[in-house]
Design a protein around this ligand. Structure first.
Ligand code: APR
Length: 183
């Protein structure tokens, strides 16, 4: 079966990522992996204390990297924890580090046979990354990575969902995806 254009496997939705019925949800964590506020806090609350117990075994995670755990009480059986860059004005490799979060999360997903996954707007909250820029990087990186995995005949991912919590993020991500489709 010809692999659908990667962009056609991307979906922008509005909602709470902890409700997503996918194989894996991605957490916008910090380098300790010991929880926090925002989506990190929501995921830990929904998953229950076993998630933190497993995270404690992981020894943290450097910015741009990703690690995987079970989802416990979440509908999603897996959680991929990735650490986005703190926005410092754009001259500290923030774009590249954010892109690595998406690439490394997808690599882990493929390694674990994950076929559907959901991303939040990594770094676009507390970490202050400009939302439009974060959305463009997210969509461009995921589309390029899906294209590569299809080309290498590795098991491909069927769908990637960008789950936007706020109305504004939903609008921004929808615009970014439609612009990418028009290119
Ligand atoms: N579902 C989906 N998206 C959510 C949810 C949720 N339940 N809660 C928050 N978000 C959105 C925010 O609105 C924002 O658009 O996730 C995006 C990322 O925001 P943060 O959670 O603040 O993540 P980030 O900017 O990457 O900062 C990470 O915040 O919570 C701490 O421990 C975390 O130190 C780390 C830092």
């Amino acid at each position: 079966m010809p692999t659908a254009d990667p962009l056609n496997r991307l979906v922008v939705v509005q909602g709470d990522i902890t409700h997503e019925m996918v194989d894996a949800i991605v957490n916008a964590a910090n380098e300790s992996l010991l929880g926090g506020g925002g989506v990190d806090g929501a995921i830990h609350r929904a998953a229950g204390p076993e998630l933190l117990a497993e995270c404690r075994q992981l020894g943290g995670c450097p910015t741009g990297q990703a690690k995987i755990t079970r989802g416990y009480d979440l509908p999603a059986p897996w959680v991929i924890h990735t650490v986005g860059p703190v926005w410092q004005g754009g001259q500290h490799h923030e774009d590249e580090l954010l892109s690595r979060c998406y690439r490394n999360s997808l690599t882990l997903a493929v390694e674990h046979g994950i076929r559907t996954l959901a991303f939040p707007a990594i770094s676009a909250g507390v970490y202050g990354f400009p939302l439009e820029r974060a959305a463009e990087i997210a969509i461009a990186t995921v589309a390029a990575t899906l294209d590569q995995t299809a080309a290498n005949d590795t098991p491909t991912i069927a769908q990637v969902r960008f789950v936007c919590f706020s109305d504004r993020a939903y609008q921004v991500y929808q615009t970014a995806l439609s612009e990418a489709l028009d290119r």
